[in-house]
Design a protein around this ligand. Structure first.
Ligand code: SF4
Length: 97
């Protein structure tokens, strides 16, 4: 995995749990931190088979946007920003998120 100038950000602690079996383990993690749409789609496809997908997505959405990069729980950084925008606009309108 390249650790060049790309931002990796925070990682969820549950990935270190002994019984965690993330689908991304052993995969090319560069896909998860790439800006290329084909890489992002490939990473999302890996997440699609992951038993931790929902937990991972919730974790990523709950983190500050500027602390978590890449694909987590089949969402890209841009996806999560859009989800947060929608949630926030719903709150401002008094709509349950
Ligand atoms: S949902 Fe995706 S990023 Fe999260 S642990 Fe599973 S494979 Fe890895």
């Amino acid at each position: 995995m390249s650790t060049g100038p790309m931002k990796l950000g925070e990682f969820p602690a549950f990935l270190d749990e002994p019984d965690a079996d993330p689908a991304c383990r052993g995969q090319n993690t560069d896909l998860f931190f790439s800006d290329k749409p084909t890489d992002i789609d490939a990473a999302k496809a890996i997440c699609g088979d992951c038993p931790l997908r929902i937990r991972c997505r919730r974790w990523a959405i709950d983190q500050p946007t500027d602390k978590v990069y890449g694909v987590w729980g089949a969402t890209s950084h841009a996806d999560r920003k859009a989800i947060k925008r929608r949630k926030n606009s719903g709150r401002q309108l008094g709509v349950a998120a």
